[in-house]
Design a protein around this ligand. Structure first.
Ligand code: NAP
Length: 515
């Protein structure tokens, strides 16, 4: 069940938003506290006007600013509102815990309205240490549903929210909401484990609480209605992960293969990496209740993760970095599909054995590219803006390192850019080397995929050189991961289509600053 908040400034806007939100939501939350500065009586009139026109069941909310609401409300305003609102036929009412005692004289515990009440507690700082004790102390036993919306600061908080959701049976229906990066697990998997619903962003796509996803994403990308306790969970560990295309590709692949799997990007800070691996992923120590299929690993964890894995595949050991975690029995294995991902599209287009190839940059992606190029027999030279920092790479693969400014195309057949120069949000519009230095090359490969046509590739095309952008690599490394995790081959066309759709949405949304 997906519940979409409608936070409209006027009653007319609220009415207009109903059908828009109803397209992807199962429930609509009428955030009446968002109606700008209307007196309580006018808010109640708006509620009476909207209710007969509701296309879905609604939950009515009228929250004061200090508890996360949109406006200042005195205790008297709130009580006046609820004494009348609770007599309406709305399917549910969201009441903050501090109101309960004051409503009891009019609505005693045996009053039938309590079956429709969601008693809520919000904490934008932290998760209670003992959630069971907290719930017992703060939520009345006669409420039909209780909602705990709390900031999750560490993996342990997420584990305890799921423990509360799935643990001791109670008469309540529960809604745990983890706010913040790690909370995405409660937002996507909560309903599969019994949560009454999960909240999406508002109908206009704007988040009304940290970490929300749109209803369309929840329904179509993550296929929330089909998730259950048998769903195998995969995902991405990184920081940030917000604009990753992996969720689009992997979830499209699971849908195509008919697998009951879901792929969830989780924003894991460097400090949370070890506890997240312990509590959420490792088969010997995992506390979360689902089967883990595997994880992708991205910046900044590709190297930091090495000490926490039981072993590495030969490829990951050669590269010295991991972009894929496999679960095998009781072991966590680190693999690297960036090598195959980078090389497959390149080898399909160009001969490499014995050819002089220049690589720009010496970071994580360069490790995979140089490993693959050396393996294919190319004569590799790495050009880095800080050659001293690239010594490890040079020693590991026995390749020369040169200053970036020394690059000249005439000494090489091919050029691979592994720097982020030209990527959306980072030195956008810039070229990592002066375009005139491309002269003499036969081909240029840019690992950047956002945008696909970087200034470097545009300059190369204008000079008649063959070009390859970064999307085929992204797709190929994802296809390799899927094969490792599921044992099944996925047509790359499915992954391409999903990635291209997401890139088009990204462009249409006008995001500029995403990595
Ligand atoms: P990284 O580990 O941060 O490495 C970046 C490298 O680029 C470093 O050597 C860095 O040098 C250099 N660099 C950064 N800014 C520079 C500048 N202004 N001028 C010259 N050199 C600069 O990042 P990464 O993981 O390797 O990723 C690099 C790029 O590859 C990103 O655009 C990423 O999106 C892309 N990528 C694509 C795929 C794919 O599937 N297509 C996969 C992985 C990565 P310093 O050490 O001096 O900072």
């Amino acid at each position: 069940m997906i519940c979409t908040p409608l936070a409209a400034p006027t009653p007319d806007d609220l009415l207009a938003a109903l059908p828009v939100a109803a397209a992807a939501a199962d429930w609509l939350e009428l955030r009446l506290d968002a109606l700008h500065d209307l007196p309580v009586e006018a808010v109640l009139r708006a509620l009476h006007h909207v209710l007969p026109r509701r296309p879905r069941p609604v939950v009515v909310t009228f929250r004061p600013r200090e508890q996360g609401g949109f406006r200042d409300l005195s205790p008297a305003d709130r009580l006046r509102f609820w004494h009348t609102a609770l007599t309406t036929p709305a399917e549910a009412f969201d009441l903050e815990t501090d109101l309960i005692a004051q409503l009891l004289p009019t609505y005693p515990p045996n009053h039938p309205v309590w079956a429709r009440v969601v008693v809520s507690h919000h904490d934008f700082q932290a998760t209670p240490a003992d959630i069971h004790a907290f719930a017992k102390a703060h939520f009345p036993p006669f409420a039909g549903t209780v909602k705990l919306a709390v900031n999750v600061n560490q993996p342990d908080d997420v584990c305890r929210l799921f423990d509360w959701l799935t643990g001791t049976p109670s008469t309540w229906q529960k809604i745990p909401v983890g706010m913040g990066g790690l909370g995405v697990l409660t937002r996507i998997l909560g309903p599969a484990y019994g949560a009454r619903w999960t909240y999406s962003t508002g109908h206009d796509g704007r988040a009304v609480a940290p970490g929300q996803l749109t209803a369309t994403e929840l329904r179509e990308t993550f296929r929330l209605p089909s998730l259950d306790r048998h769903t195998t969970v995969a995902g991405l560990l990184g920081c940030p992960v917000a604009h990753s295309l992996s969720k689009d590709m992997h979830n499209a692949a699971f849908a195509h293969l008919g697998l009951n799997w879901v792929y969830i990007p989780v924003e894991v800070s460097p400090d949370d990496l070890a506890p997240f691996l312990r509590d959420a992923i490792h088969p010997r120590t995992r506390r979360l209740p689902w089967t883990v299929g595997g994880y992708s690993v991205t910046l900044p964890h590709k190297i930091a993760i090495l000490p926490y894995l039981d072993r590495l595949t030969a490829t990951a050991a050669r590269v010295g970095a991991v972009n894929t975690i496999l679960v095998s029995g009781q072991e966590l294995i680190g693999d690297n599909t960036d090598v195959a991902g980078a090389m497959r599209p390149l080898q399909q287009r160009f001969a490499l054995a014995g050819e002089p190839v220049a690589v720009l940059g010496a970071g994580g992606a360069a490790q995979a590219v140089v490993s693959g190029l050396v393996g294919a027999g190319a004569q590799v030279t790495v050009f880095a803006r800080h050659p001293d920092r690239a010594c490890d790479l040079g020693n590991r693969f026995a390749v020369p390192i040169a200053p970036l400014d020394d690059f000249h195309g005439r000494r090489f057949v091919g050029l691979v850019n592994t720097t982020p120069v030209g990527m959306a949000g980072y030195a956008e519009g810039a070229c990592p080397v002066p375009p005139e230095r491309l002269a003499g090359l036969a081909w240029v490969y840019d690992l950047i995929y956002r945008p696909r046509q970087t200034p470097l590739l545009q300059a190369a095309s204008q000079q008649g050189l063959a070009t390859l952008d970064g999307l085929p690599m992204l797709v190929a490394q994802a296809a390799e991961q899927l094969a490792c995790w599921t044992g099944q081959d996925i047509p790359e066309s499915v992954l391409f289509a999903a990635a291209e759709r997401a890139l088009a949405d990204f462009k249409a949304a006008g995001f500029k600053s995403a990595p």
